[in-house]
Design a protein around this ligand. Structure first.
Ligand code: S3P
Length: 162
């Protein structure tokens, strides 16, 4: 089995669905955000002290550790911002977009101080969502719609893609 890369906007369920999927397929789950936190500390601190570009650099560094293993990789919502990340995921694994509506995401996230790019301004959030939507679509080998589906049903759909 090739690694499965879960991509999608913040709050689209990558971690939760990743957990269910790895139980189902009996493979490990890795989370690129968690890898960054383990090595460099909290994401909010990285954004505040070093800025987004340094965070993106760390993100690429962690992604490059994930090729060639049978595992599920839950990625940060901005992984598709760098073309080299998309090329890496496409080359090494199956890229699955978890497509959740803006409404579902907004109600799931509310106000989340731990997500620096989930701004205070709702028009900013919508702008980011719309721009990212195209990046996810272009990067994905497959898209799974997640609204109104159970975690189990979504995990089943992804497991069937292989
Ligand atoms: C980001 C999403 C976050 C995290 C960071 C930046 C983004 O991950 O990587 O705050 O650019 O969309 P989640 O998608 O897990 O929230």
């Amino acid at each position: 089995m090739k690694p499965i890369y879960l991509i999608g906007f913040m709050g689209s369920g990558k971690s939760t669905i990743g957990e269910r999927l790895c139980t189902k397929l009996d493979v490990p789950l890795v989370d690129t955000d968690q890898m960054i936190v383990d090595k460099y500390g909290p994401i909010t601190t990285i954004f505040q002290e070093h800025g987004e570009q340094i965070f993106r650099k760390y993100e690429t560094e962690m992604l490059k550790r994930t090729g060639g293993m049978e595992q599920i990789v839950s990625t940060g919502g901005g992984m598709v911002e760098r073309e080299e990340n998309v090329a890496f995921m496409t080359h090494h694994g199956l890229v699955v977009h978890l497509n959740a509506s803006m409404n579902a995401i907004a109600s799931r996230l509310g106000e989340d101080p731990n997500r620096p790019l989930w701004g205070k301004d709702s028009s900013e959030r919508v702008r980011l969502y719309n721009r990212r939507k195209d990046l996810y679509t272009e990067a994905a080998d497959a898209t799974v719609l997640t609204d109104n589906k159970s975690i189990e049903a979504i995990a089943e759909e992804i497991a069937d893609l292989q």
